[in-house]
Structures are given as structure tokens and as C-alpha cells.
Design a protein around this ligand. Structure first.
Ligand code: HEM
Length: 220
């Protein structure tokens, strides 16, 4: 899409097209189901979740299928967004200024593009863990097809699957906090698709400049 088409008639900027939002919500919905049923299998303390979701057997049967839906969604995310997620020199400067970010001193931060370095980390974290979860999950789903002389793969899968899942839970909690509570306007962007000019200028000045051709407010 042309940058000029991204500036909407009512003075807002299109951040996510419909297919991006749909993919995101398929990933989110399947992930939440996977996380809840996965926690139920992980610890007896959490088994009550499986009971709420139709029982242990139903959860065990649907969990791997939800995993395939999640994998499909993150592969689509990879094809849509990976080109914008590679680290740049500006990202290093962004991490070096993380203290300002934590203190909400956005005007002191180096200009982020469409995604800041934290969002890029989240993206790659989900992609890498997604691949690990798929590979280890396939072994746990069909252990009978793993040849006996390669049985160490089963032990590896038992270790990797929950470790990668716990890592994504950490990423997920940070993602919810940042995108729903910390950055006002972000949640609307993944529902309706657009953000205000003020949001773009404050959180993604490099992207604002790219889309509008106008300088974002000068840094102090
Ligand atoms: C209820 C759960 C979720 C909510 C409320 C949520 C919310 C959001 C919001 C508001 C954005 C837009 C942020 C921005 O552009 O400034 C976003 C982007 C994104 N979401 Fe989610 N999300 C959820 C679950 C997930 C899950 C499970 C994944 C894992 C695949 C995910 C991956 C991403 C990615 C990669 C982006 C783009 C980069 C970023 O903004 O961090 N989200 N999400």
C-alpha cells in the first residue's frame, strides 16, 4: 500500500490492514486456548482449567489442532511483518535508552520506526518459540513414529515444549501490558486498524515521518 493511502480522510493513519488484524486475532485466540490447556496439562494445580474447557480428554484432543492453527497464524505474521522486524543500528540506541522508555520519557527516545526494538524482540521470540513448540509438539503428538534409536528426541521434546511455552507466557504478559495498558491507542489499532497522528508521532516518529513526509517533533 502507498504511504499516501495510509493517511485516512479523517486525519488518522492506517497501521494494520484487515488481513493483518485477522491474522493477529487468529494467533491470539489460538494462543490463549493453547496457553490455558497447556497450563492444565503442566500442573495439577491448573487442571481445573481443562475441566472448564470441556474436560481433560477434549482439551488433550484439541490442543495439538489449536497448535496447528497458531503455527499457521505465526507463519502468516512472518510473511507479513518479518521484513520490518530485522534489527537496525537505531534499535541498539533504543535498547541503550530503555531507562527513558520505562519512565515514559518518550521524547528522550531515539526515533523508532513502525516497530520499536521491544516489539521486534517480541515478534522474533514468538516466531522462534513457535517453531520450537511445533517441532517438539509434533514429537509429543506422534511419539510412536520416533525411531527407538532416536528416542532422545522424545526426552528433548518433553523439556523443550514447556520451556518454550513458559517463555512465550512471559512475552505474552509483557505484550498485553504494553499494548493494552501502557501505549494508549495501540489496542484500537489492532481492532479498527488506525491510530491518531499524535500516537504515531509519540511512539513511532520514524514511521510517522515515513508516512506523512513531515518531521516528527524535534527531540530535546
Ligand atoms: C489478547 C491477546 C492480545 C492482545 C490484547 C494483543 C494486542 C496487540 C496490539 C494492541 C498490538 C498493536 C501494537 C502496536 O502496533 O503498537 C499488537 C501487535 C502485535 N501482536 Fe498482539 N495481542 C494479543 C496477543 C498476541 C499473541 C498471542 C501474539 C503472538 C503471536 C501476538 C503478537 C503480536 C505481534 C507480533 C504484534 C506486532 C508487533 C507488536 O506490536 O508487538 N499478540 N497486539
Amino acid at each position: 500500500m502507498n504511504h499516501s493511502d495510509q493517511i485516512l480522510s479523517h486525519g488518522r493513519i492506517l497501521r494494520y490492514e484487515f488481513h493483518e488484524r485477522l491474522t493477529h486475532w487468529i494467533a491470539a485466540g489460538s494462543y490463549i486456548y493453547l496457553m490455558l490447556t497447556g497450563l492444565a496439562f503442566y500442573s495439577p494445580w491448573c487442571f481445573w482449567i481443562a475441566a472448564l474447557l470441556g474436560g481433560g480428554q477434549v482439551s488433550r484432543m484439541l490442543h495439538p489442532w489449536a497448535g496447528l492453527i497458531f503455527t499457521g497464524a505465526i507463519l502468516k505474521m512472518f510473511s507479513m511483518w518479518s521484513a520490518q522486524m530485522y534489527p537496525t543500528g537505531a534499535d541498539k540506541a533504543w535498547w541503550d535508552s530503555i531507562g527513558h522508555y520505562i519512565r515514559n520519557e518518550d521524547d528522550q527516545m531515539p526515533a523508532a520506526g513502525r516497530y520499536n526494538a521491544g516489539q521486534k524482540l517480541l515478534f522474533w521470540g514468538f516466531i522462534i518459540c513457535g517453531v520450537l513448540l511445533l517441532l517438539s509438539g509434533a514429537i509429543l503428538w506422534f511419539p510412536e513414529y520416533v525411531p527407538w534409536n532416536l528416542r532422545f528426541l522424545r526426552y528433548l521434546a518433553v523439556l523443550i515444549h514447556p520451556s518454550a511455552a513458559l517463555l512465550t507466557i512471559g512475552l505474552f504478559l509483557i505484550h498485553i501490558y504494553m499494548s493494552v495498558f501502557a501505549e494508549r491507542g495501540a489496542f484500537g489499532s489492532i481492532i479498527r486498524g488506525d491510530v491518531s497522528l499524535a500516537f504515531a508521532k509519540r511512539y513511532h516518529p520514524g514511521w510517522y515521518e515515513e508516512i506523512t513526509g513531515q518531521p516528527a517533533s524535534p527531540k530535546k
